[in-house]
Unconditional design. Structure first.
Length: 276
């Protein structure tokens, strides 16, 4: 366990490291907090997603036709027991716009905003303490609940039911942190099944700060594949208040071969979380 996490309510270096978005299986608060019975926490993440081109598979259909998504993520957790918890994730799209080819050389701009789909999860953790090393294994069943009807228009949310299962592993020594995991999702038609994995390496720079390099891999039944990676920094402002900044770039961006989608982008998120 990190130096700043010693004590029952060290409240967690990893408070707002979830985020992430749908490619990751991170759970609030930070996969690891709270670590006591009857604990609870809430976090808010502000996220900006930029995609620069309209693609199909690897091919660029319309270069410079962008998609921009601004959204907030409200996430929370309650622990009956330190090894059993219930979490929720609820996104709200404050503004989304995408450009698609119009008549001739013109662009048609489509917009979306509003609540996304709710994700509920039941993370089950098995903690271990070894010689100068701590960590945990986790198994997380999840369900995606649509909060609206699927339409033929532009929608950031899938608007279909889904079921997921994640397996994760984390371990830590005084100065270093490592995490890896895999997730599988099955959705109602017409959404394809998805698989994802991640590998995180972290350095505990100070008692209240951790610097990480995170790599996310995501693929689906329509031959889409994305490799996104980038730095993240966590800062513990106080025992109850934690912040996190993260940026990821799409080093590989192959979208669905079955339908055009936007790709070649990056994502920036900043979050604040509270644990009690």
């Amino acid at each position: 366990m990190l130096p700043m996490l010693k004590g029952k309510r060290g409240v967690g270096l990893l408070l707002v490291m979830g985020l992430a978005l749908n490619a990751r299986a991170d759970q609030p608060i930070m996969n690891m907090m709270p670590r006591w019975d009857g604990g609870y926490g809430i976090q808010v993440l502000a996220e900006t997603i930029h995609r620069s081109d309209l693609k199909q598979g690897k091919e660029v259909l319309a270069r410079g036709h962008r998609e921009e998504i601004q959204q907030l993520h409200l996430q929370g957790v309650y622990t009956w027991d330190r090894a059993i918890r219930l979490t929720f994730k609820l996104p709200y799209v404050t503004e989304a716009r995408r450009e698609i080819p119009g008549a001739g050389s013109s662009k048609t701009i489509e917009h979306d905003k509003g609540w996304g789909d709710l994700t509920l999860a039941l993370p089950l953790k098995n903690y271990f303490n070894l010689n100068q090393r701590t960590g945990n294994w986790s198994l997380t069943p999840q369900v995606r609940v649509p909060l609206g009807n699927k339409t033929s228009g532009y929608s950031v949310a899938n608007r279909v039911w889904g079921g997921g299962l994640s397996l994760g592993y984390e371990t830590e020594v005084y100065h270093w942190f490592f995490a890896a995991g895999v997730t599988a999702w099955i959705f109602e038609a017409p959404e394809p099944a998805e698989w994802s994995s991640y590998v995180d390496l972290g350095w505990n720079a100070r008692n209240d700060m951790q610097i990480l390099w995170e790599s996310d891999f995501k693929w689906n039944d329509e031959d889409a594949f994305t490799l996104a990676a980038g730095p993240a920094i966590y800062w513990r402002y106080s025992d109850r208040v934690h912040t996190r900044l993260e940026w990821k770039y799409d080093f590989v961006s192959q979208v669905s071969k079955a339908r055009p989608k936007h790709g070649n982008g990056d994502r920036l998120s900043i979050g604040i979380g509270f644990v009690y």
